[in-house]
Write a protein that binds this ligand. Structure first.
Ligand SMILES: Cc1ncc(COP(=O)(O)O)c(C=O)c1O
Length: 375
């Protein structure tokens, strides 16, 4: 037992996967409605993705960021164009927490302020600054806690205003659909008001799109629904379909001196090949339309489940809220029906985060299993 234990694990060992199916070491097939925690965007082992990574590793897998890497340029151009984030520039790193860490550092460097405003039930990662902006004191160490973060109830603009007026807040960081916290979201009026308050008070608005980005909500970024323009956008998870890659998209007004941001592995050749293949597939297979269609179908099906208290989230980032804790139900789904789902901070909520390639037959399979357990 040499492995440091960090999660309670299900007793299943996946050894291979294809699109929405995962197979364990005994050959049992599972339906993946969890996407490895919103990571698998274009389906497991997509042929285009497999050949992009294989070709890249057999030519040049890695070289240092101190030399030219045209794949980074290609990925940045494609991402900026595809996401509609005109004139933004991309910095590449390796994970969601790292993206947020760099976003917060850059914001503070830009306007010289020290405090951060985050929202109740937020999750931004486990590294030093990201973990302090995460609303979970259990995972914060004394070393991290030097950073000062104000937590505000999602939707409470008055509270945001009172804090930003003190002129100490470098950044507001927000998930426009909360992930780990339980799929809560606020109104367009709130997000637009937030954008306005940030501008008026020289505070950088950071949209954490680590989970909600890359088409998962039916828009490329969740904030786009509200027609706001954050200065920094954090991305990771679905970006590499399992290959570790993250980044921040940075508004052209924000500048950094050489050396402020940097990384050994971020944006390496293999990661870029993975990132480019993912964007190609999202585009060529029109996956954002599929997200919207299947989401409508899924939500329609929930109407036949009287035990459901609420449906949260949107697109393929959905929370099914019951009026009882769902741990046992999730165990039955996985062991008896061979279906992976996600949990959330709210113990009554099942989180649905499938690959964006999901089809109606997968949704039917889930609702048949749910019906058997609940009836
Ligand atoms: C919204 C959000 N931000 C940041 C993170 C942290 O990402 P990572 O685990 O890649 O560091 C997560 C992970 O779940 C997340 O959901």
């Amino acid at each position: 037992m040499s492995l440091f234990n960090v999660y309670p694990l299900f007793d299943i060992t996946p050894v291979k996967a294809k699109d929405l199916n995962v197979y364990d070491d005994k050959g049992v097939e599972y339906l993946d409605l969890y996407g490895g925690h919103a990571v698998i965007s274009i389906g497991h082992s997509h042929p285009k993705y497999v050949s992009a990574i294989s070709n890249q590793v057999s030519t040049l897998g890695f070289y240092s960021n101190a030399i030219q890497n045209p794949l980074q340029e290609a990925l940045a151009d494609k991402l900026v164009k595809f996401s509609g984030s005109k004139n933004y520039q991309l910095f590449l790193c390796n994970s969601g927490a790292e993206a947020n860490e760099n976003a917060l550092k850059l914001a503070s460097f830009h306007n010289g302020k020290r405090k951060v405003l985050a929202f109740k039930n937020s999750f931004h990662g486990r590294t030093s600054a990201a973990v302090v902006a995460t609303d979970d004191p259990k995972i914060v160490a004394p070393l991290n806690a030097q950073q000062v973060v104000d937590f505000v109830e999602l939707g409470n603009l008055k509270a945001v205003e009172a804090i930003l007026k003190q002129n100490e807040t470098c950044a507001v960081i927000i998930e426009c659909v909360q992930g780990v916290g339980g799929l809560d979201q606020s109104t367009t009026a709130f997000y637009q008001g937030l954008g306005k308050l940030c501008k008026e008070n020289n505070t950088i608005l950071i949209a954490d799109e680590v989970q909600s980005g890359y088409g998962r909500t039916g828009d490329f970024f969740a904030f786009q629904k509200h027609k706001i323009q954050p200065e920094i956008i954090s991305i990771a998870k679905g970006m590499g379909n399992g290959f570790p890659i993250g980044g921040i998209l940075i508004h052209p007004d924000i500048k950094a001196s050489y050396g402020l941001l940097g990384t050994t592995f971020g944006g390496n050749h293999l990661a870029c090949a993975a990132g480019l293949a993912v964007l190609d597939v999202i585009d060529e297979e029109n996956l954002m339309q599929n997200v919207r269609d299947i989401s409508d179908y899924f939500i329609e099906k929930t109407k036949a489940v009287p035990q459901l208290k609420a449906i949260k989230g949107r697109g393929l980032m959905l929370g099914l809220e019951f009026d009882f804790p769902v741990a046992e139900l999730r165990k039955k789904l996985i062991h008896d029906h061979k279906i992976f789902t996600g949990s959330a901070k709210n113990p009554n909520l099942i989180r649905i985060l499938p690959p964006l390639t999901i089809q109606k037959k997968h949704v039917d399979q889930f609702f048949e299993a749910l019906k058997k357990e609940l009836d």
